[in-house]
Design a protein around this ligand. Sequence first.
Ligand code: IMP
Ligand code: MG
Length: 369
Amino acid sequence: MKHVQLHDKRFKLSIPSEHIQGAISAMGAQLSKDLEGDTPLFLGVLNGCFRLAGDLLANYDGPCDVTFVKVASYEGTRSTGEVKRIIGLDVPVKGRTVVVMEDIVDTGHTIEQILYDLEGRGAEKILIATLLFKPKAYKGHVPMDYGALEIPNDFVVGYGMDYDGLGRNLNDIYVLDEDHHMKNIILFGPPGAGKGTQSALLTERFEMVHLSTGDIFRANIKGETELGQLAKGYMDKGELVPDDVTIRMLEAEVLKHPEAKGFIFDGFPRTPAQAQALDVFLESKGTHIHQMIALEVEEEELVQRLLERGKDSGRADDADESVIRNRIRVYEEQTAIVAEHYDAQDRFTAVDGIGSIEEINERLAKIIA
Ligand code: IMP
Ligand code: MG
């Protein structure tokens, strides 16, 4: 399956070139037959129509005039809202048959304004020839006289149509690939809840990138970087590394993976300020957090798990029961409220964190999928 990437979005092949050409040749043949003996004016609506205009006219037999216009939007009164008018019309239309060539009719707002404008200029007969038509989005009243292909209400590009300027040169038509939208998950929960273990399994399954602030800090401590030295003092006591340090580091990590299909954030955000900073940052990248999933495990089980892990993980903060209890307390006092931030956005789910690794992984995978 062919895909294209335009700016931040991925599109998949929807209508191949041969299919487009077949539809346009049928449309051209029908117009040639219907307009025999007439000399119509073919009026293309730029920019999107440039491909259709070329191919449709190549399939039209009789004599005809060809011209192009653009549609300009004006801010109307409150009751009329946005008003569209055609500009650049350099041929008289009075008394003539006009075939309006459009790449796509969506809500129909544009085409209705064009018809209104042409009627005002005295066109005798106005026909619409559009390559694509979205019946589910259409709010207009006039029928598509020569509507070649009906498509669902999804965003398409190619064959003249663009996404933010790109894609007009493509020979095929592509549709927005919703499945490949980024998925950004926060795996949430107290220390020992199983976030790291589960993240590792989920990243494999969903081809996402796992970002654990704890792991990044530990790598920096091991590498004796400046950041590592700064973080070590806090982490050894079971306290949080300050927000500004953590946020800057995390943003740098996200930017290292421009092709990622999504991120699993593990151990971040740990404070409401971090959550806010993350929202603003992701928004600037055209995405957001899709779900915070909390693993729920009660305190005594957490302490047992961490002491067990401390026996061979070598983590200073897992060796000492009082440091462990302090981490859990810091979670309850400073971090647990981050859940409210995502709950308020309707993006929070709690999951039972007790059970086998596989069982818990299934619970999480179901939510992500
Ligand atoms: P309408 O006024 O809602 O019918 O929109 C018509 C115009 O919106 C088209 O001429 C296109 O420029 C643009 N448009 C609508 N849907 C799409 C799409 O799926 N892809 C690209 N452009 C679109
Ligand atoms: Mg258009």
